[in-house]
Write a protein that binds this ligand. Structure first.
Ligand code: PLP
Length: 435
């Protein structure tokens, strides 16, 4: 019997290890930073060590640690010379911050639909969104899989655009043997506690190959000031913020980064094991990994396909809802993630922005920007059918291993094969509730 109907659950309480995975060396690193942190003087040693380690890991010579991924992306947008009213291309299905970091620079996000196989920006649809105002493309490595950088690089070079990598979900993944964080002109990564490189609290990493971009990003990081060799002159050159990272968060992330290669290998193997174990279970479509890329499964996305069970009369939404409820009751953390593409959110529907419609209506932007969700049919379809495992609640990271993945797959086998009749009954109940 399904656990949602009162049966015994497949995965007992506490059987899946949460993320992040914390070892004694991480605890020591945080305590060590605590002892080093007075007298308070920026930048502190653990922050510099984190920056140096990310530079080494990615091969990007200039790195700045920030207090969030959103801040790091805003720094990249500003360092690309994006000005009020300029346009930046962003995938329609991503986390809000990929687009709101553009608004933070008073620039205009222009969305591009995504691909149903990779969940990432579709390079074939990029050109048609480029106008005389376009300055940059933000490519997001969604779920933990790098975007199609060879194709994006060709377009960006041809059209003279900056290619900014939103690496927030994919630290440790690779694109043709090159690491995430080094796949664009610049990158912004998140160190939020749930991410594949975690600061436990909040944090971010900005990286570039260009010294001038580094200088511009650093102004945004710290009050618009230049930081010459010997200390601050307390003179803001431009509008800047306080995006400095917490020193304890930096020390934790630095310690985790030491193990990132090994943890990424485990994530990749766990994902492959799960996909193999789900083979032949109808009604769900596991993710695919294109040749030459590695995936680190911040999210392990599944698309529900009731059509695969011959349930053409059950609405997709009701089926998704039933699978979610049934799987969760069996002890496996699963969620819908975001229910709609970013341009469908109220921010983009109402165009209120900073108030009075800025930045869209402040005189710098091309008139007539509008966000029509139906222009992103693939992103909409993904949001309609998607359920995700991973993150912190059903982590594909260590110490979970292929045996843990076997139990994840057992849940889907029970729900979609052994107890299919009960699942279908639940889906019909969900459909009635939705009416
Ligand atoms: C988490 C995330 C961000 C923002 O990072 P924060 O550290 O939470 O500000 C940006 N883009 C994507 C794709 C993310 O998943």
């Amino acid at each position: 019997m399904l656990a949602v109907d009162g049966g015994e659950r497949v995965i007992p309480e506490g059987a899946v290890a949460p993320w992040p995975y914390i070892l004694d060396e991480d605890r020591k690193a945080v305590l060590g930073a605590l002892d080093q942190a007075t007298p308070w003087h920026w930048p502190m040693k653990p922050v510099q060590e984190l920056e140096e380690a990310w530079a080494q890991f990615t091969g990007m010579p200039y790195v700045l640690a920030a207090n969030s991924g959103t801040a790091a992306l805003h720094m990249a947008i500003a360092a690309a010379g994006v000005e009020p009213g300029d346009e930046v291309l962003v995938p329609a299905d991503t986390f809000l911050a990929s687009a709101s970091s553009v608004l933070q620079a008073n620039a205009i996000p222009v969305f591009v639909d995504t691909g149903i196989e990779t969940f990432n920006i579709d390079p074939a649809l990029v050109e048609e969104r480029i106008t005389g105002r376009t300055r940059a493309i933000i490519a997001v490595d969604l779920n933990g899989l790098p975007a199609d950088y060879d194709a994006l690089r060709r377009i960006a070079d041809h059209r003279g655009l900056a290619l900014i990598e939103d690496a927030a979900q994919a630290h440790g993944a690779t694109y043709r043997d090159r690491p995430v964080g080094a796949l664009g002109t610049m990158s912004g990564a998140s160190l939020n506690g749930s991410k594949t490189l975690s600061a436990l609290g909040e944090g971010g990493l900005f990286a570039t190959r260009d010294e001038e971009q580094y200088r511009l990003a650093r102004r945004v990081l710290m009050f618009g000031e230049e930081l010459p060799g010997q200390g601050r002159d307390y003179n803001a050159r431009i509008m800047g913020w306080n995006y400095r990272i917490d020193v304890l968060a930096a020390a934790f992330a630095r310690s985790q980064l030491t193990r990132l290669p090994e943890m990424s290998r485990i994530r990749r193997d766990n994902g492959a094991a799960l996909t193999a174990a789900l083979d032949g279970i109808p009604g769900i479509r596991p993710p695919v990994v294109p040749e030459g890329l590695t995936h680190v499964y911040f999210f392990y996305p599944l698309l529900v396909e009731p059509e695969g069970l011959g349930l053409d009369d059950v609405p997709v939404e009701a089926f998704r809802e039933a699978v979610e409820r049934a799987v969760r009751a069996e002890g496996l953390g699963i969620m819908r993630w975001q229910p709609q593409p970013v341009p469908a959110q109220t921010l983009f529907q109402e165009l209120r922005g900073y108030g009075r419609g800025c930045p869209w209506s402040c005189g710098h932007a091309r008139p007539g920007h509008a966000y029509r969700p139906e222009e992103y049919p693939v992103a909409e379809e993904i949001c309609r059918r998607r359920l995700v495992l991973g993150q912190s609640f059903s982590s594909l990271g260590p110490p979970n291993d292929p045996r843990t993945m076997r139990t994840f797959a057992d849940v889907f086998h029970k729900v979609l094969v052994e107890e299919r009749a009960s699942l279908v009954a639940l889906a019909r109940r969900c459909a009635r509730e939705a009416e």
